[in-house]
Design a protein around this ligand. Structure first.
Ligand code: ATP
Length: 198
């Protein structure tokens, strides 16, 4: 099974590209979905969060206040690291289980859509790495408008990740997503042609 890592930065357009690839029939493993699923599947994660970060991030019904918690950990990098130490092992295990499952089903190509593929060293397990790139200003604008964030919170989230220009050094293929969606689709169509040829 050929493993393709698809990465980018927050709001760089990974999901947009991933959607086109899915429509074209490729198997996608989405790390963002897994990050949400593990919270439901392994209640001990939120138990650990409550112990480490306090009950203030849970409402009166005990529901996790995801957005407030997100803003908190992206404002304080050490706190984010603490959260990642709790959740990452679960995410990595789940990704590996999904990849094994697909391999057993004789899937020929799988795409792992993971925003922090490189930060978490998962790129080393991939045969190819695709980066969806945008310039900094476009990224800030898209994150702000999609997530209704204040400029500062958008910038905090962007700065918490490895800069896209550095990620370029790890990528075999770069999709530039500054321009219109039609321009991006043209590049993804070429990528699909390539993937079908390997
Ligand atoms: P995240 O990892 O944060 O979920 P992402 O990399 O998956 O982000 P998308 O959700 O695909 O990014 O895109 C971010 C926002 O920018 C979305 O609202 C999307 O509709 C918009 N967008 C993506 N590509 C373009 C484009 N070429 N032109 C205009 N808007 C775009």
């Amino acid at each position: 099974m050929i493993k393709i890592g698809l990465t980018g930065g927050i709001g760089s357009g990974k999901s947009t590209v991933s959607f086109i690839l899915k429509e074209a029939g490729f198997e996608i493993v989405d790390a963002d979905i897994i990050a949400k699923e593990v919270l439901v599947k392994y209640p001990e994660i939120l138990e650990k969060v409550k112990v480490e970060f306090g009950a203030g991030f849970f409402d009166w019904r005990g529901e996790f206040r995801r957005k407030e918690f997100g803003n908190h950990i992206f404002r304080f990098p050490k706190q984010r690291k603490k959260y990642e130490e709790i959740i990452l092992p679960y995410i990595k295990n789940e990704i590996n289980d999904k990849l094994e499952e697909l391999e057993k089903k004789k899937t020929s190509i799988v795409i792992l859509d993971a925003p922090t593929l490189i930060e978490n060293d998962l790129h080393k397990e991939m045969d190819y790495v695709i980066l969806v790139w945008v310039d900094n200003n476009t990224q800030i604008q898209r994150v702000r408008s999609r997530d209704s964030l204040m400029r500062e919170d958008a910038i905090n989230r962007i700065n918490s990740q490895m800069p896209l220009d550095i990620k370029k050094d790890f990528a075999n293929i770069v999709i530039e997503n500054n321009d219109t969606l039609a321009k991006t689709k043209e590049q993804v169509d070429l990528l699909i042609e390539f993937l079908r040829s390997i």
